[in-house]
Design a protein around this ligand. Sequence first.
Ligand SMILES: C[S@@+](CC[C@H](N)C(=O)[O-])C[C@H]1O[C@@H](n2cnc3c(N)ncnc32)[C@H](O)[C@@H]1O
Length: 296
Amino acid sequence: MATLVTTPQLMVGEGWDSYRLLDSGHGRKWESFGPHRFIRPEPQAMWSPREDHWPADSEFIPGSDEDGGGRWTASPVLEGAGWPLSWDDASFTAQPTPFRHLQFFPDMAPVWEWMRAQLGDATEADTLNLFGYTGVGSLALSRHGRVTHVDASKKSVAQARENAALSGMDDRPIRWLVDDAAKFAAREVRRERRYDGIILDPPKFGRGPKNETWRLEDGLPDLLRDCRQLLDANSRFLFLTVYAVRMSSLSLAGLVNELFADLPGTVEHGDLAVQEMGEGARMLPTAIFARWSNSG
Ligand SMILES: C[S@@+](CC[C@H](N)C(=O)[O-])C[C@H]1O[C@@H](n2cnc3c(N)ncnc32)[C@H](O)[C@@H]1O
């Protein structure tokens, strides 16, 4: 039976050449993405900034409605086709999007490292990345074997394939699928497939390619139940992140623990955070997570 660790854990990203959290405060954050710097809204940064002045290529000005919307201030950097960044052996293109992201989520870096640590020296593993977006997580997993990458957005999957080519990984055994994550997982259960590891990073609300509605609070229990069916006592991990939802990581852990009751291993939960650079650095929380790991 999986053991639940009730004390919350912190997974903190300290940044690397392609991404640093330079400063934060007064509801905003200042970050570098390789050679370019940006300011974005960050409601959780309620403290005061350490620096008085934040030189930046562009700032995202949120719209009046809290749930998205807004615009980047004019900048030549918005006109181009993006610029290359990397994390370890994965390369990808960064570019500001109308959704205030830059085509990848740098706070996931400690998760990419953690998944690799769970897989150890495996090179024949089968892993699944649901809601995989532009594929950095899939590229991080691919050194361990076959990867199935699923996302509802044709554009994101096309970008993920371009990122694979940029990384020199276009010949790797990665299945790039445009599909609804919940439907795909249910289909894989019917096919009696198994995986060594699963990562899922579901949005609060989303749509499948056939306009299927995804609502986290409604869909997560069934999706996780299917994910559990796709894993067995020899599998290594499941990693779930949730953000922008009023929910505690304890609630995710309770669900994972219930569903994984008949497997060995450990269920943990907590916050993902990014640490500022330099003196007096603070930790900015970005998401909550629950994870199951099993050393086999
Ligand atoms: C936050 S992103 C995932 C980020 C990614 N894990 C990473 O680290 O780069 C959420 C993704 O979910 C996808 N999505 C939304 N609804 C979906 C659905 N029903 N089925 C599959 N993907 C969906 C979106 O297209 C988007 O790419």
